[in-house]
Design a protein around this ligand. Structure first.
Ligand code: PMP
Length: 362
């Protein structure tokens, strides 16, 4: 029988997103370093708020997220009316594509850019356009050269996943200023909290009409399982995104926990400090074992191996020892493993195992 009910153009081109594996067959003592999660978990204030909110399961949540938006705005010195909250920053990325890109429109991102940009562009019927990087760093000139009259959205993650590299504020401003008039620059700040003193470029948004920022509670806030993110941008754009947002996209428990989390910056600060310390330690330990990496500004390291075969063999070697890291072949980095910076014992364990692997252990 031939299938006559077909989805919209582009949908079948979407390759299913592969989340980080969390189990290894036959191994019980597993350390998951494959999804850039916070090894210290969520803060106590967020956990308490989540528990308290779960007593009101029968109540619909607030549709406009006022209290959470105000807490986010107060923390970052922003206008609460220009904040939008979603089911992870993934949902904000989808809203942007759905609202601003359709058939015939182009959505730009970098060759080792986050996989959701392609998925959201295709889901909206738009054309994803991949632009080369310069040695695993976002290349502003290449992005500007890649723009056409059909470019509607340009996504960059800063710091970028999975490379961990970032570009400076001047480069971001140059990109925003050079874009065609019809294009929006989306600054994905999923890892911004990991950069000491960095607001992800929020200050730049006050001076430009063509930038939207996305942020998440999944990383430094330790709330990946809660699924909550937010966006900030010009009022007109946020108004458009709110029109397509489901009125009850976030539950009471999500809203309460995220609000408590944003007010608990001590937890974010501790997470950042520990990450910075262990990231430096891990990068150095791997380098000593002959595994280089670029300077990472995020909570993971992109470890480079001699070949795709070696990276794959190391991945298998680590898995057999209960250490789950991420092969990033789908990000066109087949000779690399992305390793989340875990707590001290996880970092020691993974570095030790990579040392054994490089020394030729079976
Ligand atoms: N942007 C980047 C660069 C990411 O790495 C991730 C998570 N892997 C996200 C956005 C989405 O995060 P979430 O939907 O959990 O907020």
């Amino acid at each position: 029988m031939t299938q006559t009910i077909t989805p919209q153009p582009g949908i079948l081109e979407i390759a299913l997103y592969q989340g980080g594996q969390s189990k290894v067959e036959g191994v019980t003592d597993v350390v998951k370093l494959s999804s850039n999660e916070n090894p210290y978990g969520a803060g106590e204030a967020a956990i308490d708020a989540f528990r308290r909110a779960s007593y009101e399961l029968h109540r619909y949540p607030n549709t406009d997220h006022t209290s959470l938006r105000e807490a986010i705005a107060a923390q970052h010195g922003l206008d609460a009316a220009r904040v939008i909250c979603g089911v992870g920053s993934d949902e904000i990325i989808h809203f942007l594509c759905q609202a601003y890109a359709g058939p015939g429109d182009e959505v730009l991102f970098t060759e080792h850019g986050f996989g959701m940009y392609r998925i959201a562009a295709l889901a909206a019927g738009a054309t994803p356009v991949e632009v080369r990087e310069r040695e695993r760093v976002t290349d502003v000139d290449a992005l500007l050269a890649g723009c056409t009259e059909n470019t509607k959205l340009v996504f960059i993650a800063n710091p970028n996943n999975p490379t961990g590299t970032m570009i400076g504020g001047n480069e971001v401003a140059r990109l925003a200023d050079g874009l065609p008039a019809q294009a929006i620059l989306v600054l994905d700040g999923a890892y911004a909290e990991y950069v000491e003193g960095f607001d992800g470029g929020l200050a730049l948004l006050e001076q430009r009409e063509n930038i939207v920022m996305t942020r998440t509670f999944s990383k430094a806030y330790g709330l990946g399982g809660l699924r909550i993110g937010w966006g900030y941008g010009p009022k007109a754009i946020i108004d458009v995104l709110n029109r397509i947002r489901g009125p009850f996209n976030l539950s009471n428990a999500q809203l309460a926990a995220a609000e408590a989390a944003v007010k608990d910056q001590a937890h974010v600060n501790r997470s950042r400090t520990e990450n910075t310390r262990m990231r430096a330690w891990l990068a150095e330990a791997l380098a000593e074992h002959g595994v280089p990496s670029d300077t990472s500004c995020a909570n993971f390291i992109l470890a480079r191996f001699a070949s795709p075969e070696e990276a794959e063999a190391c991945d298998t070697f680590l898995k057999r020892r209960g250490l789950i890291v991420r092969l990033v072949a789908s990000y066109k980095l087949p000779h690399c493993l992305r390793i989340t910076v875990g707590d001290e014992s996880s970092c020691r364990r993974v570095a030790h195992a990579i040392g054994q692997f490089k020394a030729g252990a079976e």
